[in-house]
Design a protein around this ligand. Structure first.
Ligand code: PGA
Length: 299
């Protein structure tokens, strides 16, 4: 069957005749003359090689081959519509703006993903906000961004939160820090000087929650708003810290650090991508979220 001669136009004419059961009404609906409709039906019949319609009194009805062709024409139409929507979606994605707000500790992995996204869609403008959890929750409440990355989605707001990656918190010490051998608990080291994140940080919230739940307290020597500052101060021997594993890089020992084996640690948490439930996510935000969940969700 020389199907490459078949056109969408002929299929549309055929489907209209089939629907209306009459050549002249189909011609009217298609703004064609009746001979033009007849010619197209003859051409398509020649291609198929079997009659498509049979006379039924004054009207016409489909033959078995005609019914098969009508079914195929409908499926082709659906496929083409799906294709058109996909193209519309891709065009919508070419331009636009993506606004993402991250808690400070997410900056160790998220910007790399944003970079890949940016290269793929160079005309999408990206606005990236990095701040501690308290500030990010304020932004979420005020609906200032599309997506938010954090460990503790706020319970007091109506949000959709999708977990996608582990965020373990570990106890870290200078590489050569003298500590008793053997299994240790947090109580064993609680009197050592600790450098912790500031109140308002998600990391600090997780630590405080753990201490409260276990009736423990630490000797907090310093509270700082920067993971890097804490990490570097620990490496110089200032004390111990509890930080996200993401802050430490592949080989902490090369940076003069040691992750301690403490009962109950690492504290298990999960990164979530969060947005307000009522938020209508723009196309770039949806695409970025899908990518995040696909790529990092498998990590
Ligand atoms: P933080 O948040 O960077 O404010 O400590 C981390 C988190 O949400 O886990």
């Amino acid at each position: 069957m020389p199907r490459r001669h078949l056109t969408f136009r002929q299929l549309e004419t055929f489907a209209t005749v089939a629907r209306l059961g009459n050549f002249s009404r189909a011609a009217e609906a298609l703004h064609l003359t009746q001979p033009a409709v007849s010619i197209q039906i003859r051409q398509i019949t020649d291609i198929v090689g079997l009659p498509l319609f049979e006379q039924n009194g004054r009207s016409i009805r489909l033959t078995a081959a005609g019914r098969e062709l009508l079914q195929t024409a409908r499926e082709l139409d659906d496929s083409w519509n799906r294709f058109e929507s996909a193209v519309d979606a891709l065009q919508g994605l070419k331009k636009g703006r993506l606004r993402v707000a991250l808690v400070t500790t997410a900056k160790y992995f998220l910007p790399r993903m944003l970079g890949t996204f940016c290269r793929r869609y160079p005309d999408i403008d990206i606005e990236l906000e990095v701040a501690n959890r308290a500030r990010i929750v304020e932004r979420l409440r005020a609906n200032e961004d599309d997506l938010y990355i954090m460990s503790f989605p706020p319970e007091e707001l109506d949000v959709v939160a999708t977990p996608f990656l582990d965020n373990p918190l570990v106890v870290v010490a200078p590489a050569d820090y003298p500590l008793p051998a053997g299994p240790l608990t947090l109580d064993d080291i609680a009197h050592h000087p600790f450098l912790l994140r500031e109140t308002g940080s998600g990391t600090r919230k997780a630590i405080d929650r753990h201490l409260n739940q276990n009736g423990q307290s630490l000797n907090i020597k310093m509270a700082l708003g920067s993971n890097e500052a804490i990490r570097d101060l620990v490496a110089t021997g200032m004390g111990l810290a509890i930080l996200s594993r993401h802050v430490l890089g592949e080989h902490p020992e090369q940076d003069g650090l040691r992750i301690l084996d403490i009962a109950g640690f690492p504290l298990r948490q999960t990164w979530s991508v969060v947005h307000l439930r009522q938020k209508v996510l723009p196309l770039p935000a949806k695409a970025f979220m899908d990518e995040l969940l696909t790529v990092l969700g498998k990590a």
